[in-house]
Design a protein around this ligand. Structure first.
Ligand SMILES: Cc1cc2nc3c(=O)[nH]c(=O)nc-3n(C[C@H](O)[C@H](O)[C@H](O)COP(=O)(O)OP(=O)(O)OC[C@H]3O[C@@H](n4cnc5c(N)ncnc54)[C@H](O)[C@@H]3O)c2cc1C
Length: 394
């Protein structure tokens, strides 16, 4: 086993998805000598940050309204990245939510948007039909249009963060899987081929977090979930479902299904179930695609039904299916905290299928935790202690 000749690193970040890449960028920006280690050769499609598009939105229910503020902070950082690299990451795209009028969730989301000052319009069925003729709404449906939502170019965004990290003196080593961590004032990190030493460690391991954290004595309630990403083709290749034609990002709040006008493939819409702790298909990321037929068929049936109901211009079977991973907590809140025993180990996980847009801000928060600076947002909702069982009454 080779021992690295470098001195001790200030910080090692494990995992080069959006969260690790952003954390590494912020650390290098703050002057920390930082190494970013990734188990696969970059770029790869095994984690959660792969693919070309993610939604940027502030539409959350009241209990999760703090994410709307985090989105504002994150957008500011994404815009700085765009400016420095002279590129476009955020494509303004309104987001249309709909539901049966008796569904309280859609009204709660509209209230949150009002509360955080995000421009939105509440639409009755007639207005929905008039403004979105390519969509079909049965009677009794209402909608909310979040005017300033966006689509972020996801894999480009991760690449940009990595580029800025390297520009600031950071080092990336891919194809290096961490197999052992020995905590201490100086932490020893062992990969298949190398041993590194560092004062601080940030673990942003996505769906692999449960295993590696368990080795550090931490059993967090985390479920890696396999997501089927389906692309439905237009019946006529008219591009009416494209960003260029102002087709919105869509979300059916009754069925928890969302869609994005596809950047990836012309004349297709990317449509997925937004699953949670209870509804998702649990999968070991090392065996992600084993025994998937039943779940895939179930998802395709579910999504095809929705397409037939609401998207008459699309074929009702997906033309392309890809795969991605969520890592969910029971409350869909992130975990951003120090290890309870080893305070120089910082953990960022449990992004529960809504983390990407927030990655720029999360990286800043994790870098602040790792360097003992006060976090710029309230960290209350993200603490590990929320899972600790209450002490028995004396
Ligand atoms: C289909 C889909 C759609 C989504 N849509 C949205 C959306 O519209 N908006 C939104 O905000 N969010 C969305 N998300 C969620 C968002 O993409 C994730 O929250 C985010 O990408 C999580 O990033 P991560 O860095 O934690 O994980 P990852 O990207 O998986 O990164 C973790 C990295 O750690 C590496 N790693 C793990 N273990 C080790 C080890 N032992 N040694 C070295 N490296 C290791 C992995 O290889 C991986 O590269 C979506 C997710 C999916 C799957």
């Amino acid at each position: 086993m080779a021992e690295e000749r470098e001195d001790v690193w200030d910080v090692i970040v494990v995992g080069a998805g959006v969260m690790g890449s952003s954390t590494a960028f912020h650390l290098a920006q703050g002057g920390s000598k930082t190494l970013l280690l990734e188990q696969f050769f970059l770029p790869h499609t095994r984690g959660s940050s792969c693919g070309q598009t993610r939604i940027v939105r502030k539409s959350y229910i009241a209990e999760h309204a703090h994410y709307a503020d985090m989105v504002t902070a994150s957008i500011r950082i994404w815009q700085q990245v765009e400016k420095e690299l002279g590129t476009t990451l955020l494509v303004p795209t309104p987001r249309l939510l709909w539901a049966r009028s008796e569904n309280p969730k859609i009204h709660a989301i509209a209230d949150t948007l009002d509360g955080v000052g995000a421009r939105n319009s509440r639409l009755q069925t007639g207005e929905l039909r008039r403004r979105f003729p390519m969509l079909r709404f049965p009677a009794g449906h209402v909608g909310v249009l979040e005017e300033d939502a966006a689509v972020i170019k996801a894999d480009t965004a991760v690449r940009c963060l990595q580029e800025l990290f390297v520009r600031r003196g950071g080092r990336i080593k891919d194809g290096e899987r961490i197999v052992k961590v020995v905590p201490g004032q100086t932490i020893t990190v062992t990969t298949a081929t190398m041993t590194y030493r560092t004062r601080r460690l940030v673990m942003t391991c996505g769906a692999w977090a449960p295993g590696i954290l368990c080795d550090l004595g931490l059993n967090l309630p985390l479920k890696p979930l396999r997501i089927n990403v389906c692309y439905f083709r237009e019946k006529q290749p008219t591009s009416t479902h494209s960003l260029a034609a102002n087709f919105p990002v869509i979300k059916d709040e009754d069925d928890d299904v969302y869609g994005i006008p596809s950047l990836e493939y012309p004349n297709m819409v990317k449509i997925c179930r937004h699953v949670n702790w209870k509804t998702g298909h649990v999968a070991n990321p090392e065996q992600r695609d084993v025994n998937i037929r039943e779940h895939l068929e179930e998802d395709v049936r579910y999504l095809s039904n929705l397409v037939r109901r609401h998207l008459p211009g699309l074929e009702d079977k997906p033309a392309v299916v890809e795969t991605c991973m969520y890592t969910n907590t029971p409350d869909a809140e992130f975990i951003l905290d120090r290890h309870p025993r080893f305070h120089n180990i910082v953990i960022g996980t449990g992004f529960s299928g809504h983390g990407f847009k927030l990655g720029a801000a999360v990286g800043r928060l994790l870098s602040e935790l790792a360097t003992d600076r006060p976090p710029f947002l309230n960290m209350g909702p993200y603490r590990i202690a929320r899972f600790t069982p209450p002490k028995a009454a004396l």
